[in-house]
Design a protein around this ligand. Structure first.
Ligand code: 3MF
Ligand code: MG
Ligand code: MG
Length: 403
């Protein structure tokens, strides 16, 4: 009964769509956008806000996301950066009110500036921790002013290259301290948006602390952050960790931590985070099979953390890219809904786990079985036949039957 629009909650990311210029780790920008005047001035930033909201309105997406430093230029001091951000935030607010476009989440860029070369909350330099805290304080306040529904923490450079000179325990303790301070401040100002960790392995440090959903969840539970932070799962981050997106989504979901997604494509042929727009209906169907199990992502959404290829420098391709991604997710949602409606996967699961609904299986699950009773049962029975239903080939082809 839910509309696709309400279910998918598409979001346009500010950093790639309005700040991207085609740079990649191997080369300079390939595109000069017509809304750039060649300066990183507040004036240019204000004009860019008009363009951004015109684009998102034409696209018909309900949400956007930003880092503090994508929307407003970094100044010569923290004070100047905060003032710049205030000026842009006022304009963002005006445009949100005018268009009805809402903020899915805000975040702080704690990885681009050289001060963060050793990380932010996990930096070896206490001043850098303090700077990051001040920056996140401001970013949460701005997100709150703009009615942001979530606030994201991507680890950036929270990790290390070499253990010989790294105090891992201390760095993790600092990261936890940082998160508790952020939570305390959010409470203090009345920000009720959901905090989200965004797991990512390998980039940019060799060992990222937020490697995958499992590493994040262990951190969350070790440091008493269970009620504070959920997860923002990104496709290309999942594949870099050696997982599939579906695995990461389900791992987070079953434990109650699936908050939102950064949608892109894990390009299996490249070893880095290429942030390509999703176009694969099999991928989006698998995502939606999991997302529908929890009835959607709200207050999270489907944010396109994706950029056009550097060879695709015509601005019109920004529309093609987003439309393709939205279309892929809408189709995936419809296919997943049809599969769920037929109950075909439920039947497979029910059949495969049938032995747990009665007899010894039931006793194990309800806690009445002991090692003694299980041994007695097995000694009498003699053998456990390897006969659970698999139907792997049938399952591998299931999506094909619904396309
Ligand atoms: C890095 C990312 C980031 C995060 C962003 C918000 C620039 O690979 O995916 O995008 O999504 O920092 O947390
Ligand atoms: Mg991301
Ligand atoms: Mg990414």
């Amino acid at each position: 009964g839910q509309s696709l629009r309400d279910l998918l909650r598409f979001s346009v990311c500010y950093w790639h769509t309005f700040r991207g210029n085609g740079t990649d780790p191997f080369g300079a920008g390939t595109m000069v956008r017509p809304w750039e005047d060649g300066t990183d001035s507040v004036e240019n930033a204000l004009n860019r806000v008009d363009v951004a909201f015109e684009f998102i309105s034409k696209l018909g997406a309900p949400f956007y996301c930003f880092h503090d430093r994508d929307v407003a230029p970094e100044g010569a001091s923290l004070k100047e950066s905060n003032d710049n951000l205030d000026k842009i935030a006022a304009k963002l607010k005006e445009k949100q009110d005018e268009t009805g476009i809402k903020l899915l989440w805000g975040t702080a860029n704690l990885f681009s500036n050289p001060r963060f070369m050793h990380g932010a909350a996990t930096s070896c330099n206490a001043d850098v921790f303090a700077y990051a805290a001040a920056q996140v304080k401001k970013a949460i306040e701005v997100t709150h002013e703009l009615g942001g529904e979530n606030y994201v923490f991507w680890g950036g450079r929270e990790g290390y290259h070499n253990l010989y000179n790294t105090d891992m325990k201390r760095e993790l303790d600092h990261l936890a301290r940082f998160m508790h301070l952020a939570h305390d401040h959010a409470k203090k100002i009345g920000f009720g948006g959901q905090f989200l960790f965004e797991p990512k392995p390998k980039e940019p440090t060799k060992h990222q602390y937020d490697f995958d959903a499992a590493a994040c969840l262990n951190f969350i539970r070790s440091y008493g952050l269970e009620d504070v932070v959920k997860l923002n799962i990104e496709t290309n981050h999942a594949t870099l960790a050696g997982h599939t997106m579906m695995h990461e989504l389900e791992y987070a979901r079953i434990q109650g931590y699936l908050g939102s997604i950064d949608a892109n494509t894990g390009d299996l042929l490249l070893g880095w985070d290429t942030d390509q727009f999703p176009t694969d209906i099999y991928l989006t169907t698998r995502c939606m099979l999991v997302i529908l199990r929890q009835g959607g992502l709200a207050p999270g959404g489907v944010n396109f953390d994706a950029k056009v290829r550097r060879e695709s420098f015509e601005p019109i391709d920004l529309f093609h890219a987003h439309i393709g991604g939205m279309d892929a997710f809408a189709r995936g949602a419809k296919i997943a809904a049809a599969i769920r409606k037929d109950g075909v996967l439920d039947d497979f699961v029910k059949q495969r786990y049938g032995s747990w609904d009665e007899g010894i299986g039931k006793q194990i699950e309800d806690g009445t079985a002991t090692f003694d009773s299980l041994e007695a049962y097995m000694l009498e029975k003699g053998e456990a036949a390897p006969n659970a239903s698999g139907r792997q080939e049938m399952l591998e082809n299931i999506i094909n039957q619904y396309i």
